[in-house]
Design a protein around this ligand. Sequence first.
Ligand code: SAH
Length: 220
Amino acid sequence: MNSKLVGSGMTSARTRERMVQRLGDAGISNLHILEAMLHVPRHLFVDEALAHRAYEDVALPIAYNQTISQPWIVARMTEVLYSHLSPTASVLEIGTGCGYQTAILARLFRHVYSIERIAPLLERTKGRLKQLHIANLSLKCADGSFGWSQHAPFDGMIITAAAPQLPAYLVKQLAEGGVIVLPEGENTQMLKVYRKEGDRLHISELEAVRFVPLLPGIER
Ligand code: SAH
């Protein structure tokens, strides 16, 4: 039997509906975000052996020692970004990983630019996002701390790995009024939002979080 059918009990639309319901119970109220999470098949972003756990609210291991973020944190960061931006926004994501967060963003914003430092991980993700027919995105292998100057300025940025402090290049590539959402800190991390207003950056702190670290350079 086709492996997709064997796994269908744990990976069906019903299971995804329950995940979305739990996100709602946990305080995610934006219907656009919930709708996007209802649509994107998270089980296709993890190894087949873990697909039956894809709709639990936990981070799971992916290849190359990285993780797919917990659904709640994906929803939370997306919700924060969405509350500051319009659907016509262009968004830069740093830390493509398996591409789950990327796929959610692509449903909500005009264009998503996403950078990943591990080349073979990005190659796999490229194939997956192509299979899902997501067209409004651009991917590249690089150290995301330098941003993507060719496509700047960005209305929003989301960093899905923890940085000790906000990388300075990113601020330069942020549009006026734009926002950056990131986990900041080393051992203990805080989810922070930076908003650019003229020469000033307004900072707000949300909650304590845990992410893999933002690392320098690229890995082939
Ligand atoms: N967005 C993913 C989370 C991936 S984990 C999700 O939807 O689940 C964080 C990712 O950031 C890892 O794949 C890691 O390789 C990548 N990363 C770490 N430092 C980076 C950097 N400087 N530039 C780009 N990607 C980086």
